[in-house]
Design a protein around this ligand. Structure first.
Ligand SMILES: [Zn+2]
Ligand SMILES: [Zn+2]
Length: 382
């Protein structure tokens, strides 16, 4: 669908919603069983004909552990991923002394999380000393280790740029509103338009660096109100020179009350008026909302939206620290199909890529992220 047609349909759809009900199916329910079956039965569709780009990735998990560079390269090769956004993890989970069992994921217990800037130094050192030179062109390092409520945070980004300069290809994933993790983090809540983040967006634009931003569109209790939408829109509007990727399209856990037809219509209008906005479909946003049933493919409203703005969407594993190839088996994934395993987190997009026309599939699955990178990177042979 052409963008103009989408916008027309959007306008008609909005009217239709009020008079005749929803113009698109709005069912969006997580169906882990369906996804597990799809993945473990290795059902169609087949992999894309091109090597994919993983536009959203964390080398470390929430306790700053990682399977390491070699395991990652193996996982990328095994899953036909050529390029990867390479970021650390801005928060780590504290192990409180009364906790008998050491937490790994932030939801494992009630202990708090805190901001961990060392993640960026570790990322830089990994690129310099652990990634084989022949593979470095595939890695796109991002600075993420900032507390987005600290007006000094921009100074950390400057220090990283001073120290490692052109090593960096972007900034993010910056954390603003982020479901339970927000509630487990010490101090003030980060918001997309917090003055501390605004300073970073400005600096990023100055250095031609894209910014990946995680800001849930709403809170759990009032999901359908899209409480935090205005903060994201404010950040986009006030930083027209900054290239943003809105991670997970603003979606998160507990958002079943958000009508996907209305939401995609609203996103379409935002994309239309914000040329600096791009969207990644990573994490559970994809299997919970975009394509709740892999055998049916993505919801039509999402396909229409992506087809209308094919140059603005991308995919990413959002894997965190754990991607060893030997951990990818159906026995383990049967318990948790999206359990941060690299193969599932990339192969799930075959469902989307097969549903898009080949040219658009290549844009979404590979080229769009690469086009967002600084001009100096885009110009270098890759
Ligand atoms: Zn995120
Ligand atoms: Zn992430």
């Amino acid at each position: 669908m052409k963008r103009r047609d989408f916008c027309k349909l959007m306008a008609a759809g909005a009217a239709g919603m009020m008079i005749n009900g929803l113009p698109w199916p709005s069912t969006a329910r997580a169906d882990d069983d369906a996804w597990t079956k799809w993945f473990c039965d290795n059902a169609p569709p087949q992999p894309p004909k091109f090597a994919m780009t993983d536009a959203h990735f964390h080398f470390y998990n929430f306790i700053a552990h990682t399977d390491g560079a070699q395991a990652l390269i193996q996982a990328m090769n095994a899953n036909k991923v050529e390029h990867i956004m390479f970021s650390g993890m801005p928060l780590v989970k504290k192990w409180d002394r009364q906790d008998q069992r050491a937490p790994v994921y932030y939801l494992d217990n009630n202990s708090r999380a805190y901001w961990y800037s060392a993640t960026d130094l570790l990322i830089a050192r990994t690129v310099l000393y652990k990634i084989p030179p022949k593979d470095r062109y595939r890695f796109h390092p991002f600075i993420c280790g900032v507390n987005g409520t600290d007006l000094y945070a921009v100074e950390h980004v400057k220090r990283m740029l001073d120290e490692y300069g052109d090593l960096w290809h972007g900034v993010g994933e910056l954390f603003a509103h982020r479901d339970d993790l927000t509630n487990l983090t010490y101090g003030e809540t980060a918001r997309a338009d917090h003055p501390a983040l605004m300073r970073i967006y400005e600096l990023a634009a100055h250095h031609d660096l894209p910014v990946v931003l995680h800001s849930n569109v709403s809170s759990r209790g009032l999901a359908a109100k899209l409480l935090y939408w205005p903060e994201v829109e404010n950040a986009l509007t006030r930083n027209p020179q900054t290239r943003f990727v809105w991670a997970h399209a603003g979606l998160s856990r507990y958002f079943q009350a958000i009508d996907q037809a209305k939401y995609t219509a609203k996103l379409g209008a935002l994309l239309e008026r914000s040329p600096n906005l791009h969207i990644d479909l990573s994490w559970l946003a994809f299997e919970n909302y975009v394509a709740p049933d892999p055998t049916q493919g993505p919801l039509k409203c999402w396909l229409d939206l992506i087809g209308s703005f094919p140059e603005r969407f991308m995919i990413g594993s959002d894997s965190i620290g754990e991607f060893s190839y030997d951990k990818l088996n159906c026995r383990s994934c049967a318990h948790n199909p999206s359990g941060m395993k690299y193969a599932f987190n990339m192969r799930k997009y075959w469902v989307l890529l097969a549903a898009l026309p080949p040219r658009q599939a290549r844009m979404v699955g590979r080229d769009n992220f690469l086009k967002l990178l600084p001009a100096r990177v885009r110009k270098s042979p890759a």
